[in-house]
Design a protein around this ligand. Structure first.
Ligand SMILES: *Cc1c(COP(=O)(O)O)cnc(C)c1O
Length: 505
């Protein structure tokens, strides 16, 4: 008997012993002995969800959750599981009736996509694999890289662009700010911090609230972000921008970044991107564009030219979960030179060693391009939506939404008691109800806020509100691919009805 055999025997003997102590022969993990019941439950869930999609127009958009239903969420997790069947029953009782409602075509509040059936199925497939796309060499990572290449090409960014899918534009904007910071201050900033560097950045007053928050989170504080006034079309005033940059330079600050917006959240305005790009080039500033929903204009058969200039951006943030209809959440950061992202985020850790071959190959990993190490298979629902429907269909959704918005604006203009509060440049319509008698501003704002809540609580439609020029506006953002002109008419009817009811009490 050779020594090798002896040690082999010893090992297998101790493993056998351990197995006995572990009762390994009966251990099942979390999977059932056989899948018949679970399979049937899964099929039923699928049928239920397709039924739900088929009848989405017939249901209320939303209904408030009664306290008893809300109280269900207070219970602790069970020590002994109730089984997937009972868990699904609980979901049906407590979640389904009171969900957000953004798959419904009369959901017009905020900026929400309506979801897609292929996207829904992709969530199931991605869940089945439970892959981590932070790194390593596997197909899901290649698929995400393909989605990023498609996205860059869609916006006219060069092939050496890089990026990744993230939760949303909020995180994508933060990634852009950090990348621009490291680009300006050099890699040492990652070790030493900004050390009192007086970096300043510029965006318009119509910017989304997540942009100042990115400056807060990045450690600059939001005072370092100068809010430049907008013109009558809600676009950044370029003369004021130049003046602000010059004033900051004169005061010893270091301007480093301009954040343009392609599709402002209030009115859908698009900054003058070619002029901003030229200004950034002349001033040696990083040009980032928040195109959260506007990026999808690139696929529109008639409105793609509105995005002209976006191809000059150093980075672009946008969402697939808005106009592209991909189920939440799916945001995207693109940087025109992937090396800049790597410079800003890649690290070396012994337990994350990259190899030339094997599962640890495939560098750079996606975790080198952003703050997340563990990353889910978000890319699959984006890919499934894009591939199943094609980019033409998404472009037509963009155009259709803009046409419905024009229809809505025309209808509002024809109603004597309704007043349009902002020009309709894309798919966002802001208006208000004005009574036939004079009432104070505060009361008028309150009346319109109440009308919106009435319409939401009746389940008839779901507009939201915003402030336009100091006035509370009823805001309809038409992003759901199921929304038709008849839904816009239903919204106007619901608003007028709610107003009449309020005026009579
Ligand atoms: C929605 C939106 C954001 C924020 O994006 P999230 O995906 O919600 O993080 C930022 N900017 C604009 C213009 C938006 O419309």
């Amino acid at each position: 008997m050779t020594i090798e055999t002896a040690s082999h025997k010893e090992t297998s003997f101790s493993q056998e012993n351990e197995a006995k102590n572990l009762h390994d022969d009966v251990w099942r993990g979390l999977d059932p002995d056989e899948f018949t019941a679970l399979r049937a439950l899964g099929h039923r869930m699928l049928d239920d969800m397709f039924d739900r999609l088929e009848t989405v127009r017939e249901r209320k958009v939303w209904q408030p959750m009664p306290p008893a239903a809300r109280a269900e969420f207070q219970s602790p997790p069970p020590r002994a599981g109730i089984g997937a069947e009972a868990a699904y029953a609980a979901f049906q009782a407590t979640v389904l009736p009171y969900e957000l409602g953004n798959t419904n075509p009369r959901f017009m509040g905020w900026v929400h996509g309506g979801g897609t059936a292929p996207g829904m199925l992709a969530e199931l497939l991605a869940g089945a694999l439970s892959n981590n796309l932070g790194g390593r060499d596997h197909a899901a990572v290649e698929l995400e890289r393909q989605v990023i290449r498609w996205s860059a090409a869609m916006l006219g960014l060069p092939p050496q662009s890089g990026g990744g899918l993230v939760t949303g534009t909020s995180l994508a904007n933060l990634i852009a700010v950090l990348t621009a910071r490291t680009h300006r201050l050099g890699a040492e900033v990652r070790q030493r911090g900004i050390c009192g560097a007086r970096l300043t950045a510029y965006t318009s007053t119509a910017t989304h609230s997540c942009v100042p928050r990115a400056f807060d989170m990045a450690g600059f504080g939001w005072d370092s972000l100068r809010l430049i006034p907008v013109d009558a079309d809600h676009r950044m005033d370029l003369t004021a921008l130049s003046a602000a940059i010059a004033a900051d330079r004169a005061a010893g600050c270091t301007p480093f970044l301009v954040v343009g917006t392609a599709g402002t959240v209030d009115t859908g305005a698009i900054d003058k991107l070619p002029e901003l790009a030229a200004l950034c080039a002349a001033e040696s500033l990083w040009f980032h564009i928040d195109a959260a929903f506007g990026a999808l204009l690139a696929l529109s058969p008639t409105r793609a030219t509105r995005l002209a200039g976006i191809e000059h951006a150093d980075s672009v943030a946008f969402d697939f979960h808005k106009w592209a209809q991909v189920p939440y959440d799916a945001g995207c950061i693109l940087v025109r030179d992937q090396a800049r992202l790597i410079a800003a985020f890649a690290q070396n850790a012994a337990y994350l060693r990259r190899e030339a071959r094997g599962l640890a190959g495939g560098a750079p990993w996606l975790c080198d391009l952003g703050p997340d190490l563990s990353r889910g298979f978000r890319a699959l629902k984006v890919w499934m939506t894009l591939v199943s429907h094609g980019t033409d269909a998404l472009g037509q959704i963009v155009d259709h939404a803009c046409e419905v918005a024009t229809h809505l604006a025309t209808r509002i203009a024809a109603e004597p008691r309704l007043e349009l509060l902002a020009p309709v440049s894309l798919n966002i319509v802001c208006f208000r109800y004005v009574p036939d008698h004079k009432i104070p501003q505060a009361k008028l704002d309150r009346l319109n806020a109440d009308i919106v809540a009435d319409v939401q609580e009746a389940g008839l439609a779901a507009p939201s509100t915003t402030m336009i020029g100091g006035n509370l506006a009823i805001r309809c953002a038409l992003f759901n691919h199921r929304t038709r002109a008849a839904d816009a008419d239903a919204l106007v009817d619901a608003v007028l009805h709610a107003a009449r009811v309020r005026e009579n009490v």
